[in-house]
Structure formats: C-alpha cells, structure tokens
Design a protein around this ligand. Structure first.
Ligand code: ZN
Length: 182
C-alpha cells in the first residue's frame, strides 16, 4: 500500500497494518518513487535546512524520471506548517510539485494552540484526528480523483491527516498519494 520494500512473506508494513486497523475501507494507495536512504536524506537536508533552491531542480528531474502520474483532477501538495515556512521562506513541497503539476491549494495547516490542544487526546484519538489540516473548500463530484503530494512518507500520518481533512468535507471519491521517498 505504501510501497515500502518488504521482506519475503510480508505483504504489509507495520504502518500499513496500523492504518488498515484505523481505516479498514479507506487506506491510501501511495506511490513512493525512491527509497529514503542516506543520499536522499542528504539531498532533502540541503534543500530544506540549508535552503539550497538548486536542489529543487534535482527533485523535479527525479520525479519526472520515475513517473508522472496523470489522470487526476486535483494535485494537492501538503502545506508546510507556518513555522517551517517562515524559517525557509518558501513552501518546499509546493515549489517542487508546482513545476510538474497544476496544484490546487485545498489544504491549510492548522496552527498553534488549535493543534497543540490535541495533546490532551489519547494516541488513538490523535491518530484519527482530523485537525492537522483543514480543507478550505470542496465542490467536487464523487468521480473527482485527487492525488496528494508529499516529499517523504515516514509513517503516513501527515498524508492520512490530509485525507481526513478532505473526507471531512464529505468527499467520497478517490484519494491517492505520491511521496518522493518512502
Ligand atoms: Zn506500508
């Protein structure tokens, strides 16, 4: 489901098992283009921490080389949290994907106290919580297909929160995701 490389006789990683327990009928199909290895980690660090914008072109080339997923109605990159955005002065994920797709800014990051207040909830409630992002508008039909875009699939948590925010608006159509690395 998330395209993590697995050993023999294992059909799902631990994260996917967890998501399947929480969302039995609504797991994300994630396209992961590359493995999250040492080289990828160095590259993403240069881009995000040291603001090396030239690395953006490297990611664009890598994505184009791996595959371009067409046929979706909306390409939605996961927004950076404001704090990160301020530090970097640019939304690093949107910048990469905007050079490949026409992006639709459906999601906004929920900030500060609104998000922190969730600390009171237990872990299960937080995993299911729909409060990391808010979907601003939604007027699409059930046949609409959405591709969520992120840089790294770590546990899938951010992508599932993004899906939750869109589902909260009543959307029942297809939502898939693409991460540059897993
Ligand atoms: Zn998995």
């Amino acid at each position: 489901m998330c395209q993590k490389p697995l050993g023999k006789n294992i059909d799902k990683c631990e994260d996917c098992q967890k998501w399947q327990n929480i969302y039995p009928n609504d797991c994300l199909k994630n396209y992961a283009l590359y493995s999250y290895n040492k080289e990828f980690k160095t590259l993403i660090k240069r881009y995000k921490r040291y603001h090396d914008a030239s690395v953006c072109e490297v990611f664009v080339a890598l994505i184009k080389k791996a595959a371009i997923y067409q046929g979706y109605d909306y390409y939605v990159s996961l927004p950076s949290s404001d704090q990160h955005f301020k530090e970097r002065q640019f939304d690093h994920i949107a910048l990469i994907f905007s050079k490949i797709y026409t992006l639709t800014p459906l999601l906004n990051h929920i900030q500060g106290n609104d998000y922190k207040s969730q600390g009171e909830k237990n872990r299960q409630a937080r995993l299911k919580s729909q409060q990391m992002f808010v979907c601003d508008y939604f007027e699409f039909s059930e046949t609409t297909k959405i591709l969520l875009l992120d840089d790294i699939y770590t546990t899938g948590r951010t992508l599932y929160h993004a899906k939750d925010a869109i589902r909260k608006k009543g959307f029942k159509g297809r939502i898939d995701s693409l991460s540059i690395a897993r």
